[in-house]
Design a protein around this ligand. Structure first.
Ligand code: PLP
Length: 397
């Protein structure tokens, strides 16, 4: 203890506990820097710290070492130059949209978007004068026809929810690139282990890290990864103003989950493929949506775009319609009736009455969602136990 410290009264000393520096060894776990503030010795260094994402840490809206560890880890996995971790997936999506769009700009977005993104784009159109055109995920010419002189962004999702259609990322992004339009891909369903959109020309990749990256249903987080360091810097400046930054503890939980991502994703994919095949042969089931099945409309595209596996989400249609779906989702015992996906637990959901309840019957039909469609976000339990659970619930449907 220095002379200065030992002269302090207890009331002052307890406010300033020692913060040991780690020297001579290194921590194996990523340290949790649960401090929103960093102090400087040198005022010029503090001034410089405000300038950009690679400067010294000063205040968590600007950056934090634990959060930076997550940003660098996911940027590395996605093949990006930098990343911004946020408080949720919607935080990442909205940070990107709000940083890059001005009123009068035009966005081309996929029709089958996550509901929160769809609603945000509708709000930007209604209140902020942003024009939005929705397109399918399989036809580059539809994107070309939708282009306008003021088109600024193309917003896509690698795999659609809940019908697991696979988007022709190279085709659609190629058209956007030719026109100088930035592409944003929500890669939540695929994870960077199954698909890396930047390799297909995307400028920005966003994730709900709440899902597979965190993977344990215990953290809400998001991340946006940028192919280009200048674009990263531009959005970072806006992110600092918006204030959607990830909390260090959330980043720490996400990092902890990320370390087992490869093992979990392999299990999610294998179990989903197995269950999809068995469901396809069940008499109560009239259709199964899983890109790993040869009958899926995007099976060939999925084999090229997702060669390592087709994800952990599947959907199936029950012959008995809405009532059968209710009976099924209320009868599962190992699986749980809950929204979300990507965690270790298997979850079931009836999209028409929950995640997609805002769509009318015609819109549901256009999205491929029937009254008896059930989504299964397959977890990492033993696949035989899962099948036994689904089978007993199917018997009640
Ligand atoms: N994108 C996709 C594909 C999602 O499924 C979700 C949430 O379900 C989100 C974004 C939003 O993520 P969050 O709930 O972390 O804000």
């Amino acid at each position: 203890m220095s002379d200065f410290d030992s002269a302090l009264r207890p009331e002052s000393r307890i406010v300033h506990p020692p913060v040991p520096e780690v020297t001579g060894s290194r921590p194996m776990g990523v340290p949790l820097h649960q401090s929103h503030l960093f102090a400087f010795e040198d005022n010029d260094a503090l001034t410089r710290a405000f300038a950009g994402p690679d400067e010294a840490f000063l205040y968590n809206r600007y950056g934090n070492p634990t959060v930076r560890s997550l940003e660098q880890a996911v940027a590395g996995l996605e093949g990006g130059a930098g990343a911004i971790a946020t408080a949720s997936g919607m935080g990442a999506i909205n940070t990107v949209l709000l940083a890059l769009l001005s009123s009068g700009d035009h966005v081309i977005a996929q029709r089958s978007l996550y509901g929160g993104t769809f609603a945000m784009l509708a709000d930007l159109a209604r209140r902020w004068g942003v024009e939005v055109t929705h397109v399918g995920g399989d036809d580059p010419e539809e994107v070309r026809a939708a282009l306008r002189p003021n088109t600024r962004l193309l917003h896509l999702e690698t795999i659609s929810n809940p019908t697991t259609r696979v988007t022709d990322l190279p085709g659609l992004i190629g058209v956007a690139r030719e026109a100088g339009v930035l592409s944003v891909v929500d890669n939540t369903f695929a994870t960077p282990l199954l698909c890396r959109p930047i390799e297909h020309g995307a400028d920005i990749v966003v994730h709900s890290a709440t899902k597979y990256l965190g993977g344990h249903s215990d953290v809400l987080a998001g991340i946006a990864v940028f192919a280009d360091p200048e674009l990263h810097r531009t959005v970072w400046h806006y992110a600092v103003e918006l204030g959607a930054s990830a909390d260090p503890h959330s980043a720490w939980l996400t990092l902890r989950g990320l370390q087992t991502l490869a093992l979990r994703v392999r299990r999610h994919c294998e179990s989903a493929r197995e269950l999809a095949g068995r469901l396809a042969g069940h008499p109560a089931v009239t259709g199964v949506h899983y890109p790993g099945l040869p009958a899926h409309p995007d099976h060939e595209l999925a084999r090229r775009l997702l060669p390592e596996g087709h994800g952990g989400v599947l959907a199936f249609d029950l012959a008995g319609g809405r009532e059968a779906a209710r009976a099924f989702t209320e009868s599962v015992r190992l699986a749980s009736l809950a929204p979300s996906l990507g965690g270790v637990h298997t979850l079931v959901l009836h999209p028409a009455s929950t995640s997609h309840r805002q769509l009318d019957d015609a819109e549901l039909a256009a999205a491929g969602i029937g009254p008896g469609t059930v989504r299964v976000a397959v977890g990492i339990e033993h696949p035989e136990d899962l099948w036994a659970d689904l089978e007993q619930a199917l018997a009640k449907a």
